[in-house]
Design a protein around this ligand. Structure first.
Ligand SMILES: [Fe+2]
Length: 154
């Protein structure tokens, strides 16, 4: 896959993460509600920033960033959240732990993709893209550490 293809796949994944983090922000419950409700909102806002940044880098390359949810779902490699009815039914602490675990899985997928983007961007001398990808990657690594630390028994 070419660099633009990888960037568009990454963009697609952030479209999914944006919606998933919003849904987790709304449906999280249990004793960690206040902490996670806030954290998911913060990560949702970060998704918004990354979507804009990645799309604009694709435009800088004189290419075409995906711009619809349908396109995003075709390309995405991270899974959507469970539907709202299912999330609303899960009213215990397990629900919040599952959400945290799921986000960690998703962020690990994104980190692998970012490594591929960094390698390709450096070879093709797109230093701006490599720097952007490195910044996102290091943010996700920090978030994985923080999210893992809030899981009980891990
Ligand atoms: Fe809110």
């Amino acid at each position: 896959m070419e660099l633009v293809g990888k960037l568009n796949r990454h963009l697609a994944n952030w479209f999914v993460m944006y919606t998933k983090l919003h849904s987790y922000h709304w449906y999280v419950n249990g004793s960690s509600f206040f902490v996670l409700h806030k954290r998911f909102a913060k990560l949702n806002r970060y998704s918004h920033e990354v979507i804009d940044e990645v799309a604009e880098q694709i435009l800088v390359m004189k290419n075409t960033p995906i711009a619809t949810i349908a396109e995003a779902l075709k390309l995405a490699t991270v899974a959507e959240a469970l539907d709202s009815a299912t999330l609303a039914e899960e009213t215990n602490v397990k629900n919040s732990e599952e959400m945290v675990k799921q986000i960690i899985i998703d962020f690990r997928i994104l980190i692998i993709e970012l490594t591929e983007i960094i390698e390709l961007a450096e070879i093709q001398k797109y230093q701006g893209i490599a720097d952007m990808a490195l910044g996102i990657q290091s943010k996700l690594e920090t978030e994985i550490w923080k999210l893992s630390s809030c899981l009980t028994g891990e």
